[in-house]
Design a protein around this ligand. Structure first.
Ligand code: NI
Length: 188
């Protein structure tokens, strides 16, 4: 299955507003969704947005199986979300570390709404209407931001908490795989 190259910060397509999907369950859409799922899996991400693989359409995928190494972070249902709209359900904002496959090797502390509802459609046109808290809500906000041309540093309020993983978390180098040990903090 095709694993696509991921565009990195600086590429102009990551700053564009993506176009809405107008037709569901087409061959082109289904192939693009499969590319997103395959690329997300290959990169060990928990989410991915279509602009990151060079397609400026309002499509995101996300999901994470429950993992005892990251209590309270999962599971998050595997979801294909098209033409998403987000509604905050409370004013509460929480901060946590995020990473992005388009900003490799780095992490930042990002405020996000703690409790949201999201609306949209799956690839077959079935409506999605889902409430989300915590890490689930964070992933959806991170991914839908990609569709508005927004990367997580633009959401940060303190750029002193932005940097390379090895510099921010030197103690974790002893664990071997940095990306693996930091997976719970990385979004896509
Ligand atoms: Ni991202």
């Amino acid at each position: 299955m095709p694993v696509k190259e991921i565009l990195r910060i600086g590429h102009p397509l990551l700053l564009q507003t993506a176009q809405p999907v107008s037709q569901y369950n087409t061959q082109a859409l289904n192939l693009l969704v499969q590319d997103l799922l395959d690329t997300m899996a290959a990169k060990d991400g928990v989410g991915l947005a279509a602009p990151q693989i060079g397609s400026s359409l309002k499509i995101v995928v996300f999901g994470m199986e429950d993992n005892p190494r990251y209590p309270g972070k999962g599971p998050i249902p595997a979801t294909v979300l098209i033409n998403p709209v987000i509604e905050p359900l409370s004013e509460e904002v929480v901060e946590d570390w995020e990473g992005c496959l388009s900003i490799p090797g780095m992490r930042g502390m990002v405020p996000r709404y703690a409790h949201i509802r999201y609306f949209g459609y799956d690839q077959y046109g079935a409506p999605i209407n889902q409430e989300a808290y915590g890490f689930h809500a964070r992933i959806v906000q991170h991914e839908t931001d990609h569709l508005d041309g927004v990367l997580y540093p633009q959401r940060m309020t303190d750029l002193r908490r932005f940097g390379f993983i090895e510099e921010l978390f030197p103690e974790r180098q002893a664990n071997g795989s940095i990306e693996g040990s930091m997976r719970s903090d990385s979004i896509d």
